[in-house]
Write a protein that binds this ligand. Sequence first.
Ligand code: SF4
Ligand code: FES
Length: 275
Amino acid sequence: MRVTLKIWRQNSSKEKGKFVRYPVDNVNPDMSVLECLDVLNEALVEKGEEPVAFEHDCREGICGSCGFMINGVAHGPLRATTVCQLTMRHFKDGDELVLEPWRARAFPPIKDLVVDRRAFDRIIASGGYISVSTGSAPDGNAIPVSKAIADRAMDAAACIGCGACVAACPNASAALFTGAKITHLGMLPQGKPERDRRAVRMVTQMNAEGFGGCTNIGECTGACPKEIPLEVIAVMNRDYLGGSWRSRDQAVTPITPFTEWSTGSKLQNDPVSGG
Ligand code: SF4
Ligand code: FES
């Protein structure tokens, strides 16, 4: 099959970008979209032109590296599928595919289809972990966890940090990503001791990164390749409010109301420790 790739080309965040059309012949329908880009890049390199920059690693829907908009849809038209798993057979011979990077203030462009998603890393670093000495591996079932709780935690843990939820949201909110991490850790007994502190710190960091506020539109869960449910945002809000209330005597920074999530001010103080 033959397709045309209309790709956003941008050399750096300091330069303006533009769309460039590239016809690609001999596309095997079993190729993934990334492999189709590989074919294009080989041809561009042979011609002495700059290849298209895009992120990838596992190419199995696991790592969360890949991701861009295809015809205005995050990760393309197939539900619960990353671009590395999306094959060309889902398009027709002669189709034009418009490829654009995630567009969000908190994800500044780096080059072509690559954006800087380190804001997610900073949200994780602010509290998305369990601070215990784990020692050697415990016996299986040493800490009983009910099946229902284990299933909910596992569903939330499926988040691969790709950023599609932010790109799909009209507010560029990171609530689904942050909610998934807070839910995954807070559900399990090992994560409960730090549940309050984790929620307050991660939500505060999310606000500071300049992501927009959640207004319950639901585009995020529709675009999510791991189908993270909206419920995790409710868990995040509940943990954040509960944690804020219980740590109110220690708080130095006033708790930012949800309506001001999109202010984008940089985090100055730790609201829990006052540091
Ligand atoms: S919640 Fe879904 S869309 Fe958002 S980062 Fe995680 S896997 Fe990607
Ligand atoms: S390359 Fe790892 S999820 Fe797509």
